[in-house]
Design a protein. Structure first.
Lengths: 263, 235
């Protein structure tokens, strides 16, 4: 009886014919982009697209270990390094949106309407709680670059008003909402996030908050396991007019989350 | 703030609606966890018995190690299995990363020390009780181990249940080696983590309630089976 049970448990139904693994940033997965566009891709291809959603930093590391066929992240400098070191074949601009500074409605640092650099300086000046991803993700890299521009090093106050969660965007937003703190987030995750509480967008629209997403084929020369043909087919579709309009058509609460800009 | 009321409503809607995605996730959770516990028992029962009645070098050290490994953090196991199964790792050619098999391996590693350590205790207690009898019958060590395991089979079910609880509840290991891929490696706990990160707290808690119900049902089922077979054994 027990062995029959075990045999039943181990028996795996025949897996889908062919699949590729996409190492992805979390914002695209958490905001439902893949749920919206992958069914469209399925109309033109039998390839199953398996998305592993982790932070950009971890996605890059996983891809360096050859544990993926396609990389979809948002940290241009790190992506270019990935390609120039030979791990990626080529990097393509895919789409963009922007980052926003969110914080408590009371806004103790009076950041409402300020440019992002002034807003961060105001937060540091009054030592208002700020939650950082602290996980080497695309958003974390952007946040550190913005702080560097303000000539403030908040990590000196890590554990005091500057809190590094080492977690994903959603977990970090939950913490910001829970403790009434400021944080930097991509707009797609923010719009789709359901636990906003009293947290609001306070600073947005600054040029420095531009958020570019890129797509890269992992190099089969470095990683022989990469399914280059099927993976390239997926990338080509994402960059094609059909894929680009599928990305543009994805909305939450009437707001477009990602703006396609493939060349 | 989304409260417990919303969570129970969400759980109720999930169960009553018999959501197809939920069924798939529950089925995979059961398949991964039960397979892992089954493997852990195959290894843990004889290992525990050997530690209880065997006489071999480093037995004391090994016993301490097995006991200590009961507290192994799932995320460490996940990381270790990831490094083994990664394409860049020694077992990368097996192409097992991000599959249910990888999740079963990770959970089996996590649960085996628990089953082994509890088995060692159960068998050691029985051995104290029956030592003279078994010796007078001239039973060798192998026969003694087998007899004691068979004699302790109902108590061993508790060891298996402890392992089951651990495997069903953990998220750290399966998240890393499974990747939480929709329709492929998404299980109850990784789905809960995902919904939490979307800020969908009511749905997350609702899934948590479903997991609790599942765990209670599974335990009741196995305890019922245990009681029935105990009655039959003593009848």
């Amino acid at each position: 009886m027990r062995f029959l049970l075990a045999a039943a448990l181990f028996a795996t139904p025949a897996m889908a014919t062919d699949y590729i693994v996409v190492q992805s940033t979390t914002s695209t997965a958490n905001s439902g982009l893949y749920d919206a566009i992958l069914p469209e891709y399925a109309k033109t291809s039998d390839t199953q697209v398996r998305v592993v959603a982790v932070g950009t930093g971890q996605a890059l590391r996983n891809a360096r270990n050859c544990d993926g066929d396609v990389l979809l992240v948002h940290a241009k400098a790190a992506e270019q390094a990935f390609v120039s070191e030979g791990y990626g074949v080529a990097r393509h601009d895919l789409m963009y949106n922007d980052f926003v500074l969110v914080g408590p409605a009371e806004d103790p640092a009076d950041t409402q309407g300020l440019g992002i650099h002034d807003a961060l300086a105001a937060i540091a000046a009054v030592r208002a709680p700020f939650v950082s991803r602290g996980d080497d993700s695309g958003t974390h890299k952007k946040e550190r670059a913005l702080w560097a521009d303000t000539d403030t090093d908040p990590t000196d106050d890590s554990g005091r008003w500057y809190r590094e969660t080492g977690s994903g965007m959603g977990a970090t937003l939950n913490i910001a909402t829970g403790m009434g703190a400021y944080t930097l987030t991509d707009r797609a995750t923010w719009i789709a996030f359901a636990n906003k509480g009293d947290t609001r967008i306070l600073s947005e629209g600054d040029e420095a908050l531009f958020n570019q997403y890129g797509i890269i084929l992992v190099n089969p020369a470095k990683c022989p396991s990469v399914k280059a043909d099927t993976a390239q087919d997926f990338i080509d579709w994402m960059l094609s007019p059909t894929g680009q309009s599928a990305i543009a058509a994805h909305t939450r609460d009437g707001e477009q989350l990602f703006f396609p800009n493939a060349e | 703030m989304q409260g417990f009321g919303d969570a129970f409503a969400a759980a109720f809607a999930l169960i009553v609606g018999f959501d197809a995605d939920l069924v798939e996730i529950v089925a995979l959770s059961l398949r991964v966890t039960l397979s892992a516990v089954f493997i852990a028992c195959l290894i843990g029962f004889p290992l525990g018995a050997a530690l209880a009645v065997g006489r071999f070098p480093l037995r004391g050290m090994l016993t301490i190690l097995v006991n200590a490994l009961m507290g192994l953090p799932p995320v460490v196991v996940g990381l270790g299995v990831y490094l083994m199964l990664s394409r860049a790792g020694p077992l990368g050619v097996l192409n097992l990363l991000y599959t249910p098999t990888a999740m079963i391996i990770a959970q089996a590693i996590l649960v085996t020390p628990i089953v082994a350590a509890l088995t060692r205790q159960i068998v050691a207690d029985l051995d104290t009780e029956y030592h003279e009898t078994l010796r007078s019958m001239g039973a060798g060590r192998g026969a003694r181990m087998a007899t004691l395991l068979w004699d302790g089979r109902f108590a061993l079910m508790t060891a298996a249940l402890a392992g089951l609880g651990r495997a069903l509840a953990e998220v750290g290991a399966v998240m890393i080696v499974g990747g939480n891929i929709d329709h492929v490696t998404r299980v109850m706990t990784t789905a809960i983590a995902l919904e939490t990160s979307k800020g969908e707290l009511a749905t997350a808690l609702g899934l948590g309630i479903v997991l609790m119900v599942l765990s209670i049902a599974l335990n009741a089922l196995l305890m019922g089976a245990k009681a029935t077979s105990e009655r039959m054994a003593h009848a």
